[in-house]
Ligand binder design. Structure first.
Ligand SMILES: Cc1cc2nc3c(=O)[nH]c(=O)nc-3n(C[C@H](O)[C@H](O)[C@H](O)COP(=O)(O)OP(=O)(O)OC[C@H]3O[C@@H](n4cnc5c(N)ncnc54)[C@H](O)[C@@H]3O)c2cc1C
Length: 423
């Protein structure tokens, strides 16, 4: 079994991607991290006339942006009703709208730059793992309809086979606006687009520290120093201690994926007749879909840790997969990989500043569309084309007990497993 992502195995970082070999001495904006966030910030800023460098400690797109499930769905990790309670209806509406616009923004970017990335709006289905979850899904769909006029469809347990080839679920709700993508093709396409616009991309350039001098930032990297008027940390689940105050705001969580070998057409049609994106209603969520070349992709969080052995992970995920799709018993798994997502204590994405350095992070598993959106939003804020963002206006809390190592995750994992068992 291959222990790197299927996506980059099938579509490695293009050899002709134009990357710089020389670190410039000064740019208007330096961006750390070359995933969707960093590249979308860069896209806006270079269009506004700024000189921009994107610094990546590995290779372009190496982080979660080339490792994810490729599922773009509306909403945020924190449920809308909780968002309403916490931030009020006005902000709540803005957050919902942003999550929907974020999916349309992928459409726009893919179209504008002619990115070939298998982007397809085939919709998603949230499937109920317990009978009691159906009532929650239904009341959520009704509320979304009454509040935003956005229609989702209830699928009863007797109709669920029209949506998924499994008897494991008690029904679900479908939403046509969601889509699926080949994540690596998208991130490399974005990189090619911004590089063509004049952004300087630097690989194997680790940012080690930063200090302010006069009116600019001095950024110390593994290749030397660069100065910039503005600086952006777009490191999300891979945030290190370059800025200790930022590390405390985002928690790295491991997410794990396996895929099968390509399935016969008939079996693909049975398992996913409409080629939906799926996720279930557990707190320890599983997400799954067919890949563009007809494999079943199955993902989950296992125990939240970032360093679970990939063989062990494939055994755990493989058992979950065949419990839902017994038809896949004995079908070989070809790839098992993992990546780190960035989760915040309040489960909300944030834009903010630490020591004057901008950041956007905390997409909590919704980053395909939301990182695209917040990266763009942050670019517009820095260029002055936008004056405000709701993601910048909510407090970004941290906890006094979190400095460097998320030692509390095993306890959180046990707590969530208990909640999954109880409800
Ligand atoms: C397995 C998995 C499945 C997922 N599935 C989905 C999904 O189906 N749908 C969805 O919406 N979201 C999903 N996500 C989340 C989504 O992939 C992320 O939210 C999104 O890619 C974040 O993009 P980013 O640009 O902010 O960060 P990343 O793509 O993680 O990029 C951060 C980059 O920063 C670099 N970096 C860090 N520190 C430094 C430094 N000091 N110097 C230089 N570079 C540095 C890293 O090397 C990395 O490349 C998934 C995530 C994972 C891991």
């Amino acid at each position: 079994m291959i222990t790197s992502p299927l996506w980059t195995d099938q579509f490695p970082r293009p050899a002709d991607l134009s990357v710089s070999t020389e670190l410039p001495s000064h740019v208007d904006v330096v961006i750390v991290g070359s995933g969707y966030t960093g590249l979308c910030v860069a896209r806006v800023l270079v269009k506004s006339g700024a000189s921009v460098a994107v610094l990546e400690k590995e290779t372009i797109g190496w982080g979660a942006s080339s490792r994810n499930g490729g599922m773009a769905t509306p909403g945020l990790k924190l449920g809308l009703s909780k968002i309403y309670k916490k931030y009020g209806p006005e902000k709540g509406r803005e957050f919902w709208r942003a999550s929907v616009d974020a999916i349309d923004l992928i459409d726009e970017i893919v179209r504008d730059h002619d990115i070939d990335c298998d982007w397809s709006r085939t919709g998603h289905v949230a499937v109920a793992t317990k009978e009691s979850h159906m009532a929650d899904l239904e009341s959520y769909a009704n509320w979304i309809k009454s509040e935003f006029g956005h229609a989702m469809k209830k699928i009863s347990s007797s109709d669920i086979r029209q949506e998924i080839g499994s008897d494991r679920f008690f029904g679900g709700i479908s939403d046509e606006i969601s889509g699926g993508i080949q994540p690596a093709k998208y991130v490399f396409g974005l990189a090619g687009a911004v590089s063509a616009l004049g952004v300087r991309l630097l690989e194997k350039t680790r940012v080690e520290s930063v200090y302010s001098e006069k009116n600019h930032f001095c950024v110390v990297t593994s290749r030397g120093e660069i100065t910039a008027d503005e600086m952006v940390m777009a490191t999300n689940g891979y945030t290190d201690r370059t800025l200790p105050g930022l590390k405390q705001k985002v928690i790295p969580i491991g997410s794990y994926i396996i895929v099968t070998e390509p399935l016969p057409q008939e079996l693909q049609d049975e398992l996913s007749p409409k080629r939906r994106m799926y996720y279930d209603t557990k707190r320890f969520i599983n997400y799954f879909r067919l890949t563009p070349d007809g494999r079943m992709l199955w993902g989950g969080r296992n125990n939240l840790s970032v360093n679970l052995d990939l063989k062990e992970s494939s055994m755990i995920l493989g058992q979950q997969l065949t419990a839902v799709f017994p038809q896949l018993e004995g079908v070989p798994l070809t790839h098992s990989w993992s990546g780190q997502l960035g989760v915040t204590f309040d489960l909300m994405p944030h834009i903010g500043r630490v020591d004057g350095v901008w950041y956007a992070n905390g997409y909590s598993g919704h980053g395909l569309s939301i990182a695209t959106y917040l990266g763009t939003e942050l670019g517009l804020l820095i260029s002055g084309e936008k004056e405000r963002s709701p993601f910048e206006e909510i407090p970004h809390q941290t906890m006094f007990f979190y400095h460097n190592r998320p030692w509390f995750l095993p306890f959180a994992a046990r707590y969530y497993r208990l909640l999954d068992w109880l409800s």
